[in-house]
Design a protein around this ligand. Structure first.
Ligand code: NAD
Length: 309
């Protein structure tokens, strides 16, 4: 499979490494408006491939060269600087997506291609990319809260002293400050959270839950403060999404796609079934009133920002 990655900065490079390590691509093409950067990344990554899978990795200088790509990953655009929110990138990255998507669409097979959006503000960029590409909504997929859900799982696993792989838990809504922690649907080994805590004699009071929520929502800010940007987590998330698509795993992932029609359409993360046709089912989880209201608020924030562009 040929996969194109547009934007080869910190995130695009980490995504390229993670994609290479899946062994799912026979060819990876890298495009960046900074051609020198793309060529250097392709060279470095090409050397690394001698230690893993045979994969042809090239930097390309025209969109024509992405022809034949079945999956296009968009990781281009401005990233958050310390103190900036993802929504602060709205106008800068609108211009980036407006530049990229029409040129991608001129060179891919619209009947089959899947576009994965990584650029922030994620959900608004998914809506914009879907609008510009005119692809069916289920084939323009944002990584959404995959990373936030992973962060939640890891923090919870430390708190509960149980493997993160035995935890089923979701962050819903915006990949951003209004994301919603779906406490009501958390299960550990199929057991509801409160029941698990009772059996394990663990206390998880509201103050601890608030701290966990804060840590999940602020994880990116803390990483950006410490190392300037985040890249490893999102690289792994894209690789996981790629596995689900290429191997037609029909996994349930909190990805962001456009849901609804007309003025009420919005892209945000909900658990969705993902396979080689893209998203094939949108699911609703168990939510209490507070979570439902928070999710509605999150949807309104995303829609309002989309209407601004
Ligand atoms: P970066 O500055 O390191 O790299 C961005 C790259 O995009 C640069 O190489 C730049 O030349 C390229 N670029 C900009 N405009 C372009 C265009 N029109 N065409 C082609 N290339 C273009 O930034 P980064 O840290 O790699 O972050 C990239 C994006 O990923 C940001 O929007 C960031 O917020 C986002 N991000 C998303 C997640 C997530 O979970 N979805 C996680 C981390 C970062």
């Amino acid at each position: 499979m040929k996969i194109a990655i547009i934007g080869v900065g910190s995130v695009g490079s980490a995504v390229a490494t993670a994609v290479k390590n899946t062994g799912l691509a026979h060819e990876i093409v890298l495009f960046d408006r900074d051609g020198v950067r793309a060529r250097a990344a392709a060279e470095d990554l090409g050397h690394a491939s001698a230690f893993s899978y045979d994969v042809k990795i090239t930097a390309v200088s025209t969109y024509r060269a992405i022809r034949g790509s079945e999956i296009v990953i968009v990781a281009a655009g401005a990233n958050q600087k310390s103190g900036e929110t993802r929504m602060d990138l709205l106008h800068k990255n609108t211009a980036v997506i407006e530049d990229i998507i029409p040129r991608v669409m001129e060179n891919v097979d619209a009947k089959n291609v899947k576009i994965i959006i990584v650029t922030n503000p994620l959900d608004v960029m998914v809506m914009l990319a879907q609008k510009l590409s005119r692809l069916p909504t289920n084939r323009v997929i944002g990584t959404g809260t995959m990373l936030d859900s992973a962060r939640f799982k890891i923090i919870l696993s430390r708190q509960l002293d149980v493997s993160a792989r035995s935890i089923n838990s979701y962050i819903l809504g915006e990949h951003g400050d209004s994301s919603v922690v779906n406490w009501s649907a958390v299960t550990i080994g199929g057991i509801a959270l409160d029941d698990f805590c009772k059996q394990a004699k663990i206390s998880l009071p509201q103050t601890t839950r608030n701290t966990i929520e804060h840590r999940v929502r602020n994880a990116a800010y803390e990483i950006i403060q410490g190392r300037g940007a985040t890249w490893d987590g999102i690289g792994a998330a894209v690789a996981d999404l790629l596995h689900a698509i290429v191997n037609d795993e029909k996994r349930i992932l909190t990805v962001s796609t456009v849901d609804g029609v007309g003025k009420s359409a919005v892209a945000m993360s909900m658990p969705r079934v993902v396979g080689n046709k893209g998203v094939t089912m949108n699911l609703r989880t168990k939510m209490n009133t507070q979570e439902t209201n928070a999710l509605r608020k999150s949807a309104r924030i995303i829609r309002k920002n989309f209407d601004l562009i």
